[in-house]
Design a protein around this ligand. Structure first.
Ligand SMILES: [Ca+2]
Ligand SMILES: [Ca+2]
Length: 444
C-alpha cells in the first residue's frame, strides 16, 4: 500500500506512512502478546494485553451457548471449545446413621482433538450446607488428583481448589469425569448450595490453554427415603361421650427405607387413605379427622364399603412427628350375620413429610377382622360374649383388642344404636336371646 501511494503528493505519503506504521506496530503488539500469553511469561507489560485476551475469551464464552449441544456444534472457532461442568442439580440424600457423604463428579466435555494435558479447577459452595472433605480422581488418565486445598476467602463461602496433570499425552473421550468432589452434608433437608465452578487452567498436551466454558451446578439435601408404619385398630372414640364403636387409623412410626432404623424427628405433613370393607357386612356411620393432622384439604367421606380419609398438618412445610394416635376415627357398624367374618382394610394411598416427600405405608393394607357379637373375640358366639359385655358395663373389663378385653366393634354392633353404635346391656341381652333361639343370627 505504501509503494502504491509513492507517486502521490508528499503530504499524502507522509500520512500513508504514518498510518502503515501505526498498523504495523499494533499488529506486532498483537503477535507479541499472543506468544507471551501462550508462553506464560510474567512480564508486567503484558498484563494489559492479558486483560484484552481475557475479554476476548469472555466474549467467546458469551457467544458459546451453555448447555445446548445443538447450538454448541455451530461454533466456528477452529480450535473448538471445551466445557467443564458439575451436575446442574445433585440430589444429596441424607443418611440416618453416620455422616452423610456424597461424591459430586466434575466433567470435561469436548476438548479439541481430545487433548487434555492438565487442569486446575475450583468450586465455591455454601459451607452451612455442605463441606468438601477431599477430591478423588475420575477416569483414566485423570483417575487421581495431584493437589487440593480448601479455603474460605469470604465469610459464608468455602472454596475447594485442586489440579492434576497426566503423565503422557493420552487423548481423552468427548466426556470424561476428571474428578469427584467428596462433600459432607452439614445442612438440613431441603437446603441447597450452588456449586460455582471456576476454570483456573485447562491446557492441552502442549500446555496450551484450551478455550473453555464453566457450567455451574447445585447440590440439594434430601431427606432419607422413609416408610410409615401404620395401624388400624378397633376402638371407641374417646372424644365422644357416647363412646361410639369403630376403628381408628394411626401412624405409629417413620422408618428409614433402607436400614429400617426409626426416624423419630421426621415430620408428617399430610396423608390420604381409604378404608374399605364389604358393603353387605358393614357400614360406616361417622368419620372424624383428629388433631393435629386435620387441616385442609380434608376428606372424611362415607360411601358404600368405602371411607375416604385425607388431611394435612397445616401450611406447607409444617408437620408433626409420630406416633399420631388417632389419625382419624370411623364409626363402624357390623350388619351381617354372626357367622360372617368381616375384613376391613386401611390403605394409605399417600403419606407425605413436611417437604412433600412420599413416605409409603409399610406392608399395606392394615387389616382387622370382625365378627358381630363375638365380644371376647374367640371366633364364635357364646354366653361368654354376653358375660364380657356385662363385666365391661360395670367397669370390670376394658375395651380393646387384647386378651381378656371386649372387642368394641363386635360388641357394640349387636344391637344397633343411633346415630352410631355403642356398647350397652341390650347388646349382651340379644346375644343371650340368640343362644336360646329367640332371635336369628342377624340378632333380629
Ligand atoms: Ca365369642
Ligand atoms: Ca350396641
Amino acid at each position: 500500500m505504501k509503494q502504491d501511494n509513492a507517486g502521490i503528493s508528499g503530504r499524502f505519503t507522509i500520512i500513508a506512512i504514518s498510518l502503515s506504521l501505526a498498523i504495523g506496530i499494533f499488529m506486532s503488539l498483537m503477535l507479541l502478546g499472543t506468544v507471551s500469553a501462550k508462553s506464560g511469561s510474567d512480564a508486567t507489560s503484558q498484563l494489559a494485553f492479558s486483560t484484552i485476551m481475557a475479554k476476548l475469551t469472555a466474549n467467546q464464552v458469551l457467544e458459546n451457548p451453555r448447555s445446548s449441544a445443538t447450538q454448541a456444534k455451530v461454533t466456528t472457532a477452529p480450535t473448538g471449545s471445551a466445557t467443564v461442568k458439575v451436575p446442574l442439580l445433585f440430589e444429596f440424600t441424607l443418611s440416618v446413621t453416620g455422616a452423610s457423604v456424597a461424591s459430586v463428579p466434575v466433567t470435561v466435555l469436548d476438548t479439541p482433538l481430545g487433548e487434555l494435558g492438565a487442569y486446575q479447577l475450583k468450586v465455591s459452595y455454601n459451607p452451612a450446607v455442605i463441606r468438601a472433605t477431599s477430591v478423588l480422581g475420575g477416569a483414566s488418565p485423570f483417575d487421581g488428583i495431584t493437589a487440593f486445598n480448601v479455603t474460605s476467602p469470604v465469610t459464608g463461602t468455602e472454596v475447594v481448589e485442586w489440579n492434576h496433570f497426566q503423565g503422557g499425552s493420552v487423548t481423552v473421550p468427548a466426556s470424561i469425569d476428571v474428578a469427584n468432589i467428596v462433600f459432607t452434608a452439614v445442612g438440613a433437608a431441603g437446603e441447597c448450595s450452588t456449586l460455582d465452578l471456576t476454570i483456573v487452567e485447562l491446557v492441552d498436551n502442549s500446555a496450551v490453554s484450551i478455550p473453555s466454558v464453566a457450567e455451574d451446578g447445585q447440590v440439594c439435601l434430601l431427606e432419607a427415603f422413609a416408610n410409615a408404619e401404620t395401624s388400624l385398630i378397633g376402638t371407641q372414640d374417646g372424644d365422644d361421650a357416647a363412646l361410639p364403636t369403630g376403628v381408628k387409623a394411626t401412624i405409629d412410626q417413620i422408618k428409614d427405607a433402607g436400614s429400617g432404623d426409626p426416624l423419630p424427628g421426621r415430620l408428617i405433613g399430610s396423608y390420604k387413605a381409604a378404608l374399605t370393607f364389604p358393603a353387605s357386612l358393614a357400614e360406616a356411620t361417622d368419620c372424624r379427622l383428629k388433631s393435629p393432622i386435620d387441616q385442609s384439604p380434608t376428606n372424611c367421606s362415607i360411601s358404600a364399603g368405602l371411607v375416604q380419609l385425607q388431611a394435612t398438618a397445616g401450611v406447607t412445610g409444617s408437620g408433626v412427628t409420630a406416633p399420631i394416635d388417632p389419625l382419624a376415627f370411623v364409626a363402624l357398624r357390623l350388619i351381617g350375620a354372626n357367622n360372617s367374618f368381616t375384613t376391613v382394610n386401611l390403605n394409605f394411598t399417600e403419606i407425605k413429610d413436611d417437604l412433600g416427600n412420599l413416605m409409603p405405608q409399610i406392608s399395606p393394607p392394615d387389616t382387622r377382622t370382625f365378627l358381630r357379637g363375638d365380644a371376647l373375640a374367640d371366633g364364635g358366639i357364646s354366653i361368654g360374649d354376653a358375660l364380657f359385655i356385662g363385666q365391661h358395663l360395670v367397669a370390670a373389663r376394658p375395651v380393646g383388642e387384647g386378651p381378656g378385653e371386649v372387642n368394641p366393634v363386635n360388641a357394640g354392633s349387636v344391637k344397633h344404636d343411633s346415630p352410631n353404635d355403642f356398647i350397652s346391656l341390650a347388646d349382651a341381652i340379644l346375644i343371650a336371646q340368640f343362644l336360646v333361639g329367640n332371635v336369628d343370627e342377624l340378632f333380629q
